[in-house]
Design a protein around this ligand. Structure first.
Ligand SMILES: Nc1ncnc2c1ncn2[C@@H]1O[C@H](COP(=O)(O)OP(=O)(O)OP(=O)(O)O)[C@@H](O)[C@H]1O
Length: 201
């Protein structure tokens, strides 16, 4: 089982975050806009300068080249990036099967990226991250652009994948009801600290 460990991690105004996330565990992080949720994920993915240590089992982030680290510690940002013209080119040839829960017709891999709505992009970005078989998943508001029915559908699919793959997950979320549904533990950014939310563990 993989464990992600944050040891006195400081980034931006957030100070000395200690956190361990075991395989299959979902830690939700909430907090006011601008409090540093995305920056925290970016630091864990080695995309933002920070102090303190991040470990994947016994391996320190600092000992692994950034791009190799990010293949294992996969972040799905709120605003996903797409660089080829068609959807399918972003997926390997053996990973073109799209789960029904994501609500796409079978020809979605042939679609042009520039026709995708923000919600479609977001669902495909999560799928793209998972088919790369990461060891950790960092999700930045993965259902923010979806309607209620689709939120529930994507959530159940994600929960199943996370449990099946035994992935440690940090999931940035705003919606209290969603946090209640998906989180094993819930932390909130208050000022400079990441604090456990009472009753969540
Ligand atoms: N590279 C950077 N250098 C300096 N400040 C930054 C940098 N990146 C982000 N910030 C600032 O850090 C603060 C936290 O940004 P962040 O994107 O983490 O917020 P957030 O909690 O995810 O907010 P939201 O819920 O609005 O997405 C913001 O004030 C932002 O302007």
């Amino acid at each position: 089982m993989t464990t992600l460990t944050l040891d006195k991690l400081s980034v931006g105004t957030l100070h000395a975050v200690d956190l361990s996330v075991h395989g299959g565990d979902i830690v939700c992080v909430s907090g006011p806009s601008g409090s540093g949720k995305s920056r925290l994920l970016r630091a864990v993915a080695d995309l933002d300068p920070h102090e303190g240590r991040v470990l994947l089992d016994e391996t320190f982030q600092g000992t692994v080249p950034g791009h190799i680290w990010r293949q294992q510690v996969m972040m799905v940002p709120a605003d996903s990036q797409w660089w080829f013209e068609d959807v399918g080119s972003h997926f390997g040839s053996d990973a073109r099967e799209v789960p029904g829960a994501l609500g796409f017709p079978p020809d979605v891999m042939d679609w042009a990226v520039n026709r995708l709505s923000s919600g479609e992009k977001q669902r495909l970005a999560v799928l793209r991250a998972l088919v790369r078989n990461p060891r950790v998943l960092l999700l930045d508001e993965p259902t923010a652009n979806l309607d209620d029915a689709m939120i529930r559908q994507v959530e159940s699919w994600l929960l199943e994948e996370i449990r099946k793959r035994d992935l440690p997950v940090i999931w940035v979320a705003h919606d209290a009801a969603q946090i209640e549904r998906v989180a094993d533990r819930h932390y909130c950014i208050r000022g400079h600290a990441l604090e456990p939310v009472h009753g969540s563990h």
